[in-house]
Design a protein around this ligand. Structure first.
Ligand code: FE
Length: 214
């Protein structure tokens, strides 16, 4: 007898519930949502609104924070202390995450961010995390071999640069302020923001180089 050949009080075919290559957790999440809606804990409209909000976020918001920090040291100090408050200052929506702090990369220290447990990430300011951020190889190797991981992303650091790996949690998340690129002196804040890539705010890449003049 197959494992599904049992009587559980209703009648439907037991094909596996999947949606293409979706993760195994997805059907469980859907079942949980069904139950919470059925019990009146949440409304389906709330779930949809929250998903819409989440996918409407983009790294462009984080880039505006970094560009402002590059041109305004007082703002940078506030971003390093409380990125949510700094985001509100620029009229950005910092979302529901409790604490987000900025960390600054310098000539001496390089920060990179990981969530070793799952996928904690400043989604309100950077949008949904990249798939590799959620992958087991990144989550484990960012800690065991950060320089190797950085090298695979194309970041080669001198031996005397200290690498700090920051482990995000449900309670605290990080936004890396990458080093301002050489040759960006005359650029406007908006132009600077266009150099700030998502990966540079996770700390696994440098910002884009300014286009050569002329
Ligand atoms: Fe997490």
């Amino acid at each position: 007898m197959s494992e599904h050949d049992h009587d559980h009080g209703h009648d439907h075919p037991h094909a596996p519930i999947t949606n293409g290559d979706e993760p195994a957790a997805a059907p469980r999440v859907r079942a949980l949502e069904e139950l919470l809606v059925e019990k009146g804990v949440i409304a389906r409209e709330d779930v949809r609104a929250r998903i819409d909000w989440l996918v409407s976020r983009s790294p462009g918001d984080g880039a505006r924070l970094v560009a402002r920090a590059w041109v305004d040291p007082a703002f940078k100090a506030r971003l390093l202390e409380d990125a949510r408050a700094a985001a509100l200052e620029l009229g950005l929506d910092p979302g529901p995450s409790p604490v987000v702090v900025g960390v600054e990369n310098t000539a001496d220290v390089h920060h990179m961010v990981v969530c070793t447990l799952c996928s904690c990430y400043p989604r309100a300011l950077l949008g949904p995390p990249p798939d590799w951020y959620k992958s087991l190889p990144y989550r484990s190797r960012a800690v065991s071999d950060p320089r190797g991981v950085l090298s695979e992303f194309g970041v080669e650091l001198d031996d005397d640069v200290e690498v700090r790996v920051l482990d995000s949690t449900a309670d605290i998340r990080y936004l890396v302020i990458p080093r301002r690129p050489d040759g960006s002196d005359g650029m406007t804040e908006e132009e600077l923001a266009s150099l700030v890539t998502r990966d540079s705010m996770i700390g696994v890449a440098e910002p884009a180089a300014p286009a050569p003049v002329g």
